[in-house]
Design a protein around this ligand. Structure first.
Ligand code: FES
Length: 85
């Protein structure tokens, strides 16, 4: 799964660096480096809702506090969907 974290100025001010750090930690801890790839992104066009993160083509609004929960839920949902085929 591709995860793009906006590092544009508005999202940067709202904590994109901290979001990157907590997600990197989660991926490392759960040995998901092969499955989830983090990338920085320029402005995703949702500056007022940042920190903007695109997962699977969908732009979500994350914070350092909810980032791990959101990533875990989306990852688990993808796994469940994959299991059905
Ligand atoms: S600066 Fe992040 S969406 Fe615009």
């Amino acid at each position: 799964m591709e995860v793009e974290i906006c590092v544009g100025s508005s999202c940067h001010l709202k904590g994109s660096y901290e979001v990157v750090k907590v997600l990197e930690h989660y991926i490392e801890e759960n040995d998901l480096k092969e499955d989830i790839r983090l990338r920085g992104s320029f402005c995703l066009g949702h500056c007022t809702e940042g920190v903007s993160v695109r997962m699977d083509g969908k732009v979500l609004s994350l914070s350092p506090e909810n980032a791990v929960d959101v990533l875990r839920r989306r990852w688990e949902a993808m796994q469940d969907a994959a299991d059905q085929f």
